[in-house]
Design a protein around this ligand. Structure first.
Ligand SMILES: CC(C)(COP(=O)(O)OP(=O)(O)OC[C@H]1O[C@@H](n2cnc3c(N)ncnc32)[C@H](O)[C@@H]1OP(=O)(O)O)[C@@H](O)C(=O)NCCC(=O)NCCS
Length: 406
């Protein structure tokens, strides 16, 4: 299951004379290129559990600055919620790190690299951010080098990152990697939004009631929040539900990404709900089940901050292959929409993330009123190529498997 989150106001990163004229860089890093040094620059790498308390507030502020730069019109998530999320238990099989660039007690940039160490241990995901006034001085390069070093216990061979060509820096970076480096996006994410104030509520209510009636007698819809699973007498079975999520994950187009689909299991379900709860978020699920058996056929789920539900994140929507074509997917989304409208009056928008090639999902979303908000371009390249492009010393390649044939 996938989705994203993010942040509060108060820009206070004006240029600071203490860091203006650079002298020596205090921290040796595996960067090959000689950059003009930044006085007192230190690179840190932490696991979630290790992140020192003194970095929590500055890191949240930096995340908020990033959000404001990219989505200036959006409400920011609550500061307290974002702080919780930094400390939340990691999702199953995901090894997330914090890499921080600090100078004189201030954070100038960060990255939250990670590796899915069970399904795709060769794949490093990067997401560096440097404060606008500190860019083009080699901090981004150093963050990437530090991330590679921090996660070197994994057999990483490939690097992946996303760009949002929405603001000037996103467009400049897109031009750099596409025209300069010769990369093409491996996946194009279409990030959609449904602004609830624009909905025709009566039409939604009528359509939902009609479709709900049409569910019976073969199907019924079950609702549950986080891990408060439907009662046993409904026939709901968590292992069967996870099997359905797995089937849905496998149906989602990965376009040209060289990746194994993530696996899903009851253990991962519990790790996901622990992560959400630890982050101060909740998750609502609607499941379409076969009325006679309780077998899970389809799902839609969202997450949000119950204390500030202005931003709602759509997670998965999907129907088992064998149950497709019966209108279950759209019915589930309508039921969810009705519940959001009734119970979360503060909600402003629902955001979705679909592969641009996912025609069936996009058709449902468009019919419900979702419109494309921006695109996110995902790139993947061999780690050695990224290191060469950025003038970073490549880590020692993991030993090649021994060829038994001699
Ligand atoms: C991407 C980012 C972290 C780079 O930070 P930085 O400290 O400016 O990067 P560096 O000075 O170390 O530059 C490293 C390389 O990045 C690329 N790059 C950085 N800024 C660029 C720009 N404005 N235009 C084109 N290429 C750029 C170049 O390849 C550069 O190498 P070069 O010096 O040989 O041209 C920074 O621009 C940023 O925070 N952008 C907004 C967030 C974002 O989109 N992150 C990308 C997620 S993958």
């Amino acid at each position: 299951m996938t989705a994203s989150s993010s942040a509060d106001p108060r820009l206070r990163f004006d240029s600071d004379p203490r860091f203006g004229n650079a002298l020596a860089m205090s921290h040796p890093s595996p960067v090959v290129r000689a950059e003009p040094p930044i006085d007192g620059l230190v690179l840190h790498a932490f696991t979630r559990a290790e992140l020192p308390e003194r970095f929590v507030a500055p890191l949240v502020e930096l995340q908020q600055t990033r959000l404001r730069e990219r989505f200036p019109e959006d409400p920011l998530p609550r500061t307290a919620q974002m702080a919780l999320e930094l400390r939340a238990p990691a999702m199953a099989a995901w090894d997330p790190r914090f890499v921080l660039a600090e100078a004189g007690g201030r954070l100038l940039g960060f990255d939250e690299p990670g590796v899915d160490f069970e399904d795709n241990p060769q794949q490093l995901w990067l997401d560096p951010y440097v404060l606008p006034e500190w860019r083009r001085r080699g901090i981004g390069r150093r963050l990437v080098a530090k991330a590679i070093e921090a996660l070197s216990e994994h057999p990483i061979r490939s690097a992946g990152f996303s760009l949002v060509p929405r603001d000037p820096i996103g467009r400049a970076l897109q031009a750099r990697v596409e025209s300069g480096w010769g990369l093409a996006p491996a996946i194009v994410g279409r990030k959609g939004r449904l602004y609830l104030s624009q909905l025709d509520r009566e039409a939604i209510a009528a359509q939902t009631a009609e479709r709900e009636a049409a569910l019976a007698p073969e199907h019924r819809a079950l609702f549950f929040e986080l891990d408060a699973l439907p009662a046993a007498e409904t026939g709901f079975d968590l292992a069967d539900f996870c099997d359905m999520v797995q089937e849905i994950e496998n149906l989602m187009p990965l376009e040209d990404l060289a990746l194994e689909p993530e696996r899903f299991s009851p253990e991962r379900f519990h790790a996901l709900t622990a992560y959400l709860r630890g982050s101060g978020l909740t998750m609502w699920n609607y499941v379409a089940v076969e009325a006679a058996t309780g077998r899970s056929l389809g799902l839609t789920n969202i997450s949000f901050d119950p204390e500030d539900p202005r931003r709602i994140s759509q997670w998965d929507t999907g129907v088992r292959k064998a149950a497709q074509g019966r209108g279950l997917g759209k019915t589930l989304k309508l039921l969810m929409l009705r519940k959001i409208l009734a119970e979360l009056p503060e909600a402003k928008f629902i955001r979705t993330d679909n592969a641009a090639s996912n025609a069936p999902m996009l058709a449902i979303n468009t019919a419900l009123g979702f419109r494309e908000h921006h695109r996110e371009l995902g790139y993947q390249l061999p780690l050695a190529d990224l290191c060469r492009r950025l003038d970073i010393a490549a880590p020692d390649a993991p030993p090649a498997p021994i060829d038994a044939s001699g």
